[in-house]
Design a protein around this ligand. Structure first.
Ligand code: NAD
Length: 365
């Protein structure tokens, strides 16, 4: 089993890369502009590595390296299982976005992305905006997730929400024998971009929707727009519900929450929902809760930017591809059952199988 929570000391970078199977790690530095960034290319068998750039005030350089390695590996599996012809990569910029982010910093980072000559394509992630993508675009074409007004694909959240909804339906089919969500009690954690679009799909199907957020203004906006009930964050995990949809932060499936959960399905948009991947996937399985793997059902967003990267962006094509999450999710659930493994491991295995198979096609002549 590959260690997904590596402790990376400088002297162990190559052994960690070997263990996690990374291709390349690029350290980008500009003393004058104060840029310290790391680009991690995990796997390019399916195509150029793609994954967003995250800006974060890391406590140490080791922590930044660890995040770049972990996130880029995750992108390999997400892109592969989404059926896209791109590999996994991710970049991190070290520093407080509110204090040091400037046009010059973004453009300098864009130059480093450009130096990889298309091996890595970047996009938005935490603390990065569409405006930042515009700056990066001034220095390199290898950036996607550009605003619609500039000919890009725009906000990916509606597509992400649609994929989550589709994955939830496939999971319901497995749990209840029908994918109809009418009357199901569904708790959406996080009334943000994705959560709000998801609620719209669920209400159209006459589900009974509950919502939780830590900010009053988010709750006010969503309750003004939709007929939903508010749940206090502290009551969320103990509530009687059919489906829990984490659409806020990661690691909400952990030692404390899983034993409390009263639901048949977990299906949401948040990245890295499992605190410890294998341990908590196993815990959900032993409690008989169907877990729709996050990196599969939230892949609508990367699908959206992928089609922008391919040129001739076509929204209908993006939705058709995202709709395939239904059958892939069914395949994952079947594989897990037949092989007595977790749905998380099943999804990883199906992603790996695709990388291996397509790799053979590429070698053929
Ligand atoms: P967002 O920031 O718009 O929304 C997140 C919401 O969660 C916010 O309203 C925030 O107040 C709320 N929140 C934070 N902590 C909470 C808590 N403890 N309890 C309840 N609510 C809490 O983000 P988003 O774009 O909607 O993304 C949601 C999640 O989906 C994130 O984890 C993101 O990484 C993931 N994701 C998003 C996309 C996309 O296309 N936007 C794609 C893939 C994955």
């Amino acid at each position: 089993m590959i260690d997904t929570q590596p402790q990376v000391k400088n002297s162990e970078i190559f052994s960690t890369m070997a263990r996690m199977e990374h291709e390349q790690l690029v350290f980008c530095h500009d003393e004058v502009l104060g840029l310290k960034a790391i680009i991690a290319v995990h796997n390019t068998v399916l195509g150029p590595a793609m994954g967003g750039t995250r800006m974060w005030n890391y406590q140490s350089e080791e922590e930044a390296v660890k995040d770049a390695l972990r996130l880029s590996r995750g992108m390999t599996f997400k892109n592969a299982i989404a059926g896209l012809n791109i590999g996994g990569g991710k970049a991190v910029i070290i520093g407080d976005a509110k204090k040091i982010k400037t046009e010059a910093l973004m453009r300098r980072f864009g130059k480093f992305v450009h130096s990889l000559n298309g091996k890595y394509w970047t996009a938005e992630d935490v603390n990065m905006s569409a405006r930042d993508m515009e700056y990066i675009r001034m220095e390199t074409p290898y950036v996607t997730g550009i605003p619609e007004s500039m000919g890009g694909s725009g906000d990916p959240s509606p597509v992400t929400a649609y994929g989550v909804y589709i994955g939830m339906k496939a999971s319901a089919k497995k749990a209840y024998g029908s994918d109809n969500l009418k009357g199901k009690k569904i708790v959406v954690q996080g009334a943000g971009n994705v959560g709000t679009y998801l609620i719209e799909h669920l209400l159209k199907e006459e589900a009974t929707v509950f919502v939780s957020d830590i900010f009053e203004d988010k709750l006010a906006a969503v309750t003004k727009k939709f007929n939903v009930s508010v749940v206090d964050p502290k009551d969320l995990y103990t509530m009687d519900m059919d489906i829990y949809a984490p659409c806020a932060l990661g690691a909400t499936l952990n030692d404390i929450t899983i034993p409390q959960l009263k639901c048949a399905i977990v299906a949401g948009a948040a990245n890295n929902q499992l605190d410890e991947e294998d341990q908590h996937a196993e815990m959900l399985k032993s409690r008989g809760i169907i877990y729709a793997p996050d990196f599969l059902i939230n892949s609508g967003g990367i699908t959206n930017v992928y089609y922008e990267q391919q040129g001739n962006y076509n929204r209908q094509r993006v939705y058709e591809q995202t709709e395939r999450i239904y059958e892939v999710c069914q395949e994952v659930l079947e594989y897990a059952e037949n092989n007595e493994t977790t749905t998380h491991q099943a999804a990883l295995q199906l992603a790996l199988n695709r990388i291996k198979d397509v790799g053979k096609v590429k070698l053929a002549y």
